[in-house]
Every structure is written in structure tokens, then in C-alpha cells.
Write a protein that binds this ligand. Structure first.
Ligand SMILES: [Zn+2]
Length: 67
């Protein structure tokens, strides 16, 4: 099941959405996006935990859209 991450769910005004088939791949995309767009050079354990809590299954996203 694909995983999605909405940057704005993380507390910003950024509309970037990351999507990947695995959480590991998505985490890499998020780290790259953070470094490029948000000058996030270092990913701390606390931030990583927050990001993991923000990642959703794509299927749930679709359910939310239908409602
Ligand atoms: Zn962003």
C-alpha cells in the first residue's frame, strides 16, 4: 500500500505532497524535500518520529476525500 505525506500536516504552509510505495522510500523523499525547501540539514530523532506519525496510507486518504 502506498504511503503519502502532506507537508502542511507537519505544520507549515507548504503544499508539497510526497508519495512512495514504501515508508522507507517516502522518508528519503521527505528528507530531500526538507533539505531543499526548508533548509532542514539534519533530521533529528524527534523530527523523524513526528514525520512517521504524519505519514498516512494512501487508501485512508481516498476514504477521507469521498466523505
Ligand atoms: Zn514542504
Amino acid at each position: 500500500m502506498a504511503k503519502v505525506f502532506n507537508c502542511k500536516d507537519f505544520g507549515g504552509v507548504c503544499n508539497w505532497q510526497g508519495r512512495a510505495e514504501t515508508r522507507e522510500e517516502l522518508l528519503r523523499k521527505i528528507a530531500k524535500h526538507g533539505a531543499v525547501k526548508h533548509n532542514m540539514k539534519v533530521m533529528t530523532e524527534t523530527m523523524l518520529a513526528k514525520i512517521k506519525a504524519t505519514i498516512r496510507d494512501e487508501r485512508k486518504e481516498f476514504k477521507n476525500l469521498k466523505r
